[in-house]
Design a protein around this ligand. Structure first.
Ligand code: SIN
Ligand code: MN
Length: 217
């Protein structure tokens, strides 16, 4: 049975919509992400405060995330201001909330972390908590399928639910799940449809509301 376009609530406020993006939308997103990966701030492996290097490669738009803060300029990369968060991406975010929750409530994401996973990359269990807003996080996946682990708000361990996020899938977490631990224990190489524009690896876009404002001039 196909689950395309159906809505699966994984936990209160955490909704998976398989096959939400059309192949054409995926191709457009891949093209936009390729351009952002080239600059003004190039995609790179984030270096953690204690010297560890993330296996995932990341580039940000709107605001730059580095552990554990957002700034307008990528001070840990090349010092340059990140690309603007485009209005069309706000509209994608709103459509995502309509698909997940039935309404968008004026949702206005102002940052996205664009993560690229090669076949060996993983992302450990963590909370998204550097935002000063509890607005939902919208996650779009393109390319190879991954196992996505969605846990609870108290511990990085069980109970959690493992789901498969495939190319075109939407996952939204807000409300009671906004601060749930989550991670990517495994990417499954060779599972992507090349028609989406990625020959290999997995692209994930997470939109968020930072709740930050620029300092007055
Ligand atoms: C993230 O937690 O920031 C990314 C999640 C994912 O790659 O699905
Ligand atoms: Mn996260």
């Amino acid at each position: 049975m196909s689950m395309l376009g159906s809505r699966v609530e994984i936990a209160p406020g955490a909704v998976h919509v398989p096959g939400w993006l059309s192949v054409e939308e995926q191709r457009r997103l891949v093209a936009a992400c390729r351009a952002w990966a080239a600059g003004p701030v190039p995609i790179r492996h984030t270096v953690l405060p204690r010297g560890g290097v993330m296996s995932v490669q990341t580039v940000c738009i709107g605001w730059h995330w580095q552990p554990y803060q957002y700034t307008r300029t990528a001070d840990d990369v090349n010092g340059v201001r990140v690309a603007e968060f485009p209005g069309w991406m706000v509209q994608v975010g709103r459509r995502a909330l309509v698909a997940a929750y039935g309404g968008h409530d004026g949702y206005t994401p102002d940052t996205a972390l664009i993560n690229f996973y090669d076949g060996a990359a993983k992302l450990g269990m963590h909370q998204d908590k550097d935002e000063k807003s509890d607005a939902p996080v919208v996650s779009l996946s393109i390319g190879d399928t991954c196992t996505f682990r969605f846990g609870n708000t108290h511990t990085r361990t069980k109970p959690y639910t493992d789901i498969q996020l495939a190319s075109g899938d939407l996952f939204v977490f807000g409300g009671a799940s906004r601060y749930a631990y989550h991670g990517v224990p495994k990417v499954h190489p060779g599972t992507a449809d090349p028609a989406a524009g990625l020959a290999g690896g997995r692209l994930n876009i997470t939109m968020r509301v930072t709740g930050l404002a620029d300092a007055p001039l």
